[in-house]
Write a protein that binds this ligand. Structure first.
Ligand code: NAP
Ligand code: GLV
Length: 313
């Protein structure tokens, strides 16, 4: 079995060694431009499009992250990048759920306890106790209720928040109000005070965080975007912040990463930024899942994390 690997910044040697320990029968190699030798499986992240093009012998392409929008975007730009009929698989959880729970909970508590405002007060050397928010009118809405959104929802329920989620299909998550489909989006937004985005980036969700959506939230709402920068219409957020419809935003993802200089977000007093670290790929857990899935395919069993290419996630 031949396995090719490409990642722009992971430690290649760690991955080749780690995968060889898990699959001693496999021949592993780091793919380099010009390498068109046979391969059964490819492990990729932001790979050059020629890596996979025309490789009809592949039995699986493993994306080394949760989101597959990068690979699907390449396919749109260079049709044939993903050889037809080859299964595309993504990472499911592999330690990302715990990281997302930590990140989301930290943000929700920061806004709920008004630490963001006290931080601004301190910079101005002001001493002014504010009216505390009440959980009863601090409903958290989560766009996307899959592996990550569902996990975050459960964690926030544990902390006593009113939590609702929005997805394509209806969900049964204990203590969480489920809204599904375009027809229930407005009802989901009405009454939401803090919005967390954990949708995949697809043609249906791109630009979803826009002025029309923001105006449906409770005035003075908070936004936490943990999914993809392309979900957010940046100028609409800046306008909503100026008008106070959005009180503050935490952004982990951006249309262009790293965020270019100059950009209004860098110094905005009501925007908190992190450099796309909300939930990173943990190599050991990712290698366990990928190798288990390769063994499943080899054994004629169903792997986990299969992507529906038409749906886009
Ligand atoms: P997932 O399990 O596939 O969940 C996606 C959720 O979005 C599902 O609940 C799905 O609904 C819903 N959804 C998709 N399209 C929709 C639409 N048009 N309308 C309504 N709901 C829709 O994905 P995941 O593993 O939770 O990951 C979510 C995203 O997080 C990834 O795609 C990635 O972009 C992002 N991410 C970011 C980081 C970071 O560090 N910032 C790390 C990892 C992942 P159904 O359940 O009904 O299908
Ligand atoms: C990171 O953003 C991922 O999709 O895994």
């Amino acid at each position: 079995m031949n396995i090719i690997f490409y990642h722009p910044y992971f430690d290649v040697q760690d991955w080749l060694t780690g995968m060889a320990q898990r699959l001693p029968q496999a021949n592993l190699r780091a793919w380099k431009p010009g390498d068109d030798r046979p391969a059964d499986y490819a492990l990729v992240w932001r790979q050059p499009h020629e890596m996979l093009a025309n490789r009809r012998d592949l039995k699986g392409v493993f994306v080394l992250g949760a989101g597959v929008d990068g690979v699907l975007e390449q396919e749109r730009q260079h049709p044939g990048t993903l050889p037809a009929g080859v299964p595309l698989l993504r990472l499911e959880d592999t330690g990302m759920v715990q990281q997302m729970k930590e990140y989301a909970l930290a943000c929700v508590l920061r806004y709920f306890r008004r630490f963001d405002e006290y931080q601004l007060q301190q910079q101005k050397q002001e001493w002014l106790p504010l009216e505390p928010h009440q959980q009863g009118n601090f409903t958290v809405g989560i766009l996307g209720a899959g592996v990550l959104g569902g996990g975050v929802a459960q964690k926030l329920v544990e902390f006593g928040f009113n939590v609702r989620c929005w997805s394509r299909s209806h969900k049964n998550i204990a203590g969480v109000q489920s809204f599904a489909g375009k027809e229930q989006l407005i009802a989901f937004l009405d009454g939401t005070r803090l919005l967390i985005n954990l949708l995949p980036n697809t043609p249906e969700t791109v630009g979803i965080l826009n002025r029309r959506l923001f105006t449906r939230l409770v005035p003075g709402a908070y936004l936490i975007n943990l999914a993809r920068g392309t979900h957010l219409v940046e100028d609409d957020l800046l306008l909503m912040l100026e008008q106070g419809q959005i009180a503050a935003a935490t952004l982990d993802v951006f249309v262009k990463e790293p965020l270019p200089q100059p950009h209004a977000f860098w110094l905005h007093p009501r925007v908190t930024m992190t450099p796309h670290i909300a939930a990173v790929t943990l190599p050991e857990q990712a290698m366990d899942q990928v190798s288990a899935n390769i063994l499943a395919i080899e054994g004629g069993k169903s792997p986990t994390g299969l992507v529906d290419i038409q749906r886009g996630y």
